[in-house]
Structures are given as structure tokens and as C-alpha cells.
Write a protein that binds this ligand. Structure first.
Ligand code: NAD
Length: 280
């Protein structure tokens, strides 16, 4: 193949550079997500919002899902202003019907579903196991585990027909280590990783890659609630050897990579984004 180059290059060097560009390295900012349609649950705030905004900046079209319509529409507004196709779907991830309806509507509107981020989640109560209220425990598992299951069940049907797709489930550092006082959350996030690994095995051969991301403490509404208790914020920072907590956009970067073909060999992984907080 004749390699294009402009100007006069020293013999060999230009050719070598062009050869690299033309074989297997994508341009720096091109993750190949432009024009793709990605579903994001819990898109109205925090990590889901950051993921939606990062995807929008990469030129992806979006199907947003949240229980809070106003918050979701506030995220959608600026994205629509960028000329992207963005749909908003109000619902609760604990309702299989809500999630299936949203995915059906999204596919009708966008004609495809290239990727999905099952992100909606709650932290639940703060209590030791002995006193943990069973109804709250059940709600945490419903949102964090059944929510992910409902998402994947709706998304996999479409992706199987397409013969391709990428799903990213948002787990947590609490999927790797314990967290005293938060048994429901820890149990739910361990379950998300198990669910991700199992689904990844089941659909890897069908062109669908399923992975999880495990963030440690990130500044969002979820942690703002926890940090109202005196001492909790500083204790959290002390548990992160990097010396600070994370920002939502730092999780979004990991999600973008797992959605893109740049992570083509990552299947069933749990990508830790945690400022070293889970290292023993
Ligand atoms: N913030 C952190 O430190 C942190 C760390 C690790 C993992 N996570 C996980 O990241 C995900 C997002 O967390 P966040 O910190 O951005 O939370 P957040 O509270 O800032 O935002 C969560 C969003 O999900 C929506 N939501 C909540 N319950 C829902 C439901 N039943 N159905 C539909 N939408 C629902 C909310 O309306 C909100 O817009 C969660 O799964 C959480 O467990 C967060």
C-alpha cells in the first residue's frame, strides 16, 4: 500500500510514522463512539450524568433513563443543543416493565443500541448487620442488583439480534472489599460483579462484551449524604492512598473505554478506579 504524507520527510521516518497510524492506532481522541447509541441509567446525576456528558462530547447519541425526570431533562438539554439525538425515559430500574419499555422506545427512536451503562444505584442505610432494616436491605438489592439484571435482560435481546454490543455495569470498590455499616450495599455490589462475570461468559461468543467498573469514593449526591456525618469525609480520604477522592469524570473515562472497541479484549472484567483504596 502506498502511504500518504505531506512535505519532505527524512527517508524512512515519515513512512514509519504513517505506517503506524494506518495500521492499528486510532487518533488520540477518537474512541469510535460518535454516532453510536448508548443507554445510560441513573443519568440525572453524579456518575451517570458524567458518563452521559462524556459520551455526548464524543458524539454519541443517548437514551437516558432515570427515576427523576427533571434531573434527567436538565442533563439532556445541553446535549440536545450539541445536535445529538437524545431521548429521555422516566422509570424505576426495579421495574422490569419500565426498563424494557425504555429500551424498546430507545430502539424505535434510535434504530440501534450499541452500548449500555447500568449505573443507577443507591447506598441504603448505615447500620451494623444486627440492626440492618430488612426492608432497606431488600430495596438496595432491588435497585442495585435487579436493576442491573433488568437492564441487561432488555439490552441483550437487542444486542443479540445486532450481533454486537457493549454493556458496562457500575459496581463499586465495595464489590471487592467490605465496608462496615453498609452490608446491603456491599452484598449488592459483590452481586453486580458476579452477574457481570456470568453474563460475560454467556454472551462473549455472540459479540457482546460485558464488563464492570468499580469506583471508590466519588464526589456525587450519593456521597454528599454520607459526608454529612462528621469525620466520614476525612476518614474516606485517609483510606485513599492517592490522597483524595475521585471525580465523576474519572469514572466516565473508564466507562468510555469499556464501551469502545479500544477495549476489544476486555470481557467480564471489573475495572478498578479507586485511588489505590482497595489495595491490601
Ligand atoms: N459516588 C460514589 O462514591 C460511588 C462509588 C462506587 C460506585 N458508585 C455507584 O455508581 C452509581 C451512581 O452513583 P452516584 O454516586 O452517581 O449516585 P447519585 O445518587 O449521584 O445518582 C444516582 C442517579 O440514579 C438515579 N436513580 C436512583 N435510583 C433509581 C432507580 N431506582 N431507578 C432509576 N434511577 C434511579 C437517581 O435519580 C440519580 O439521578 C451507583 O450504582 C453507585 O452505587 C458510586
Amino acid at each position: 500500500m502506498r502511504l500518504p504524507f505531506r512535505g519532505k520527510e527524512p527517508a524512512g521516518s515519515g513512512l514509519a510514522r504513517e505506517a503506524v497510524n494506518m495500521t492499528n492506532v486510532a487518533p488520540e481522541n477518537d474512541r469510535g463512539l460518535a454516532g453510536q447509541t448508548i443507554f445510560v441509567s441513573g443519568a440525572g446525576a453524579g456518575i451517570g450524568r458524567a458518563v452521559a456528558e462524556a459520551l455526548g462530547a464524543a458524539g454519541a447519541n443517548l437514551a437516558l433513563f432515570d427515576i427523576d425526570t427533571a434531573a434527567m431533562e436538565a442533563v439532556a438539554g445541553p446535549l440536545l443543543g450539541q445536535g445529538l439525538r437524545v431521548s429521555c425515559h422516566t422509570g424505576d430500574v426495579t421495574s422490569a416493565a419500565d426498563v424494557h419499555t425504555a429500551i424498546e422506545q430507545a430502539v424505535q427512536l434510535h434504530a440501534r443500541l450499541d452500548g449500555a451503562v447500568n449505573n443507577a444505584g443507591i447506598v441504603g442505610a448505615s447500620a451494623d448487620v444486627l440492626d440492618y432494616p430488612a426492608d432497606v436491605f431488600r430495596r438496595v438489592l432491588d435497585v442495585n442488583v435487579l436493576g442491573v439484571l433488568h437492564g441487561m435482560q432488555a439490552q441483550l435481546g437487542v444486542m443479540k439480534r445486532q450481533g454486537r454490543g457493549a454493556i458496562v455495569n457500575i459496581a463499586s470498590a465495595a464489590a471487592i472489599i467490605g465496608w462496615a455499616g453498609h452490608s446491603a450495599y456491599v452484598a449488592s455490589k459483590h452481586a453486580v460483579v458476579g452477574l457481570t462475570k456470568t453474563a460475560a461468559l454467556e454472551y462473549a461468543a455472540q459479540g457482546i462484551r460485558i464488563n464492570a467498573v468499580c469506583p471508590a469514593f466519588i464526589y456525587t449526591d450519593l456521597t454528599a449524604g454520607l459526608f454529612q456525618t462528621p469525620g466520614v469525609h476525612d476518614a474516606a480520604v485517609a483510606n485513599h492512598p492517592i490522597g483524595r477522592l475521585g471525580q465523576p469524570h474519572e469514572v466516565a473515562e473508564a466507562v468510555m473505554w469499556l464501551l469502545s472497541d479500544r477495549s476489544s479484549f476486555a470481557v467480564g472484567s471489573s475495572l478498578v478506579v479507586d485511588g489505590a483504596s482497595t489495595i491490601d
